[in-house]
Design a protein around this ligand. Structure first.
Ligand code: NDP
Length: 483
């Protein structure tokens, strides 16, 4: 009897446990999916997948999402194409022997567009992940509701935070050798850093400058052996070890030197140079997300390996914003593909089918709707400058660009879009510094992209960096207020 009772008791216990587990699992599964209603009666600007960032990670995500027949928009960010657009030749993108970084990005972008991916110039300024669909607010005030989000915002170059750096930013201090090397023809420049980026900057500069001094703060470089070998091929590159820059010097208009300290001997010194190129690593771009997502101690987004899922269901992160170890374009692309597959799986899980997509299509956020662009006139000669600029009755904004400068090429459509909002109030002109080097020199334009504001024939403002649509619009409004 006792044995029988014990048997029945154990059986009941096992049955309860099995049933219990099943019910709890079912409950959670149900809760997970039923939480996501696809009604959206009072919502517009819906995106099945919003991709934030347009480097190799974001574009690879866009390729897989769009090819998976799901509508997606890529928010290109303040530096469309990401870091790869600022490098010169890439020799380690699988399958391609040698190609400019910007070309790889362009090819990838066109490939995603061929499957229907859309691109927005709006910058995602803030997010609210506490509600679903996830809310993204852009710099032009648009509110987007995303069923799934892929964050591929990459990383930005670090700065030294030393005296003179801010004052001479764009006046000789920069992080883009590919953009600015031609302005240092036969000049003396320093590159600061000891990694692959520093080696790349030095190699790019060696094609123009008389002398490139690569300042490495320690006693060895961190760059790959092949990069270090390449440096040896250029007699005009000198590597100086144990040297740090403590101050950037100039004459008010442009850099003319740096103060240095030898980290071993503590000896101080000065180098007379016209250019300072920073290549001292990167910080992940997480500002809009950091209040919601789990980050590691260095500020990178934590994902649940082997997936790209963040601490929120349906939100994935890919590329340099999660990768503090490899930081390779190919790795970012792989991450982006994984994030896209994860995101497609999430949409399937919440019941977002092709049929649902068709039903909701009229509510989708399409950045190409209502986009206006104005053809910005190009000037090439001093005569045109006199006529179009000096004799203009309204303020003039000149955008200096070069075809080999990726951020300039990204800024041109921004300029034409903003120009369309200020017709008859501000005259926008563009100058290709390759076609008009004398004009650029005369106006003391030392880098690209570069904005000059001229009122009543006088230069009243100089800005030496890339601007987003919102920044340029605010900037123009500010200039008009001051007229
Ligand atoms: P890294 O982090 O690899 O290197 C940064 C360098 O800057 C280090 O040498 C570091 O010195 C130095 N540094 C940091 N802070 C300072 C400072 N305050 N003053 C002086 N020097 C400083 O960054 P990279 O941007 O070079 O590379 C990032 C990643 O991208 C790497 O994985 C790299 O391999 C990859 N990459 C690959 C390329 C390619 O394959 N073609 C091209 C470019 C980048 P220390 O060594 O003493 O810490």
């Amino acid at each position: 009897m006792n044995r029988n009772l014990a048997f029945i008791y154990s059986l009941t216990l096992i049955l309860m446990m099995v049933l219990g587990t099943f019910t709890v699992e079912r409950f959670f599964r149900k809760k997970k999916t039923s939480h996501y209603s696809l009604e959206f009666k009072d919502k517009n600007n819906i995106l099945p997948v919003a991709i934030i960032g347009s480097g190799p990670a974001g574009l690879s995500s866009a390729l897989y999402v769009a090819r998976g027949k799901v509508f997606t928009t890529v928010f290109q960010g303040p530096k469309p194409g990401g870091q790869l657009t600022g490098t010169s030749y890439v020799e380690n993108w699988p399958g391609i022997k040698k190609m400019m970084g910007a070309e790889i990005i362009q090819m990838l972008k066109e490939q995603t567009q061929s499957f229907g991916a859309k691109f927005s110039q709006d910058i995602v300024e803030s997010v609210d992940f506490s509600q679903w669909p996830y809310k993204l607010t852009t710099d032009s005030g648009k509110e987007i509701y995303a069923l799934s989000v892929i964050i591929s915002t990459g990383a930005s170059p670090k700065k030294l935070n030393i005296e003179g750096e801010q004052e001479y930013w764009g006046k000789g201090v920069t992080t883009c050798a590919i953009c600015d090397a031609p302005y240092h023809k036969d000049g003396y420049v320093v590159v600061i850093g000891g990694g692959d980026s520093a080696a790349e900057e030095a190699l790019q500069l060696a094609l123009y400058a008389k002398k490139v001094m690569l300042l490495v703060r320690g006693s060895a470089m961190r760059a790959s052996a092949s990069m270090q070998e390449k440096l040896k091929e250029y007699p005009n590159i000198e590597i100086k070890y144990n040297l740090s820059v403590t101050k950037i010097l100039g004459d008010g208009l442009a850099v003319n030197g740096v103060e240095t300290i030898n980290n071993k001997t503590k000896e101080t010194g000065k180098l007379n140079v016209g250019g300072v190129f920073l290549a001292i690593g990167h910080d992940p771009n997480t500002v809009p997300f950091k209040d919601f997502l789990k980050l590691d101690s260095a500020g990178y987004i934590i994902v649940k390996h082997p997936t790209q899922e963040t601490s929120y269901h349906g939100i994935y992160a890919a590329g340099d914003v999660v990768d503090n170890r490899y930081r390779q374009a190919g790795v970012a692309a792989g991450d982006g593909i994984k994030a896209a597959l994860d995101s497609l799986e999430f949409l399937r899980m919440i019941g977002f089918s092709e049929k649902e997509s068709e039903r909701l299509e009229s509510k989708f956020f399409n950045p190409e709707e209502g986009l206006t662009v104005t053809e910005v006139k190009e000037i090439t000669s001093d005569n045109e400058y006199k006529k179009e600029v000096l004799e203009s009755k309204i303020p003039v904004i000149m955008d200096f660009y070069a075809p080999y400068c990726p951020s300039c090429m990204q800024m041109l459509p921004v300029v034409s879009d903003v120009a369309s909002k200020f017709v008859d109030k501000v005259k926008f002109l563009k100058v290709n510094t390759d076609n008009a080097p004398e004009l650029a020199k005369k106006l003391n334009v030392l880098k690209v992209p570069y904005i000059l504001v001229i009122k009543d024939g006088k230069i009243v403002y100089r800005y030496a960096d890339v601007m987003t649509k919102r920044q340029l619009t605010d900037f123009v409004n500010e200039q008009l207020k001051n007229s």
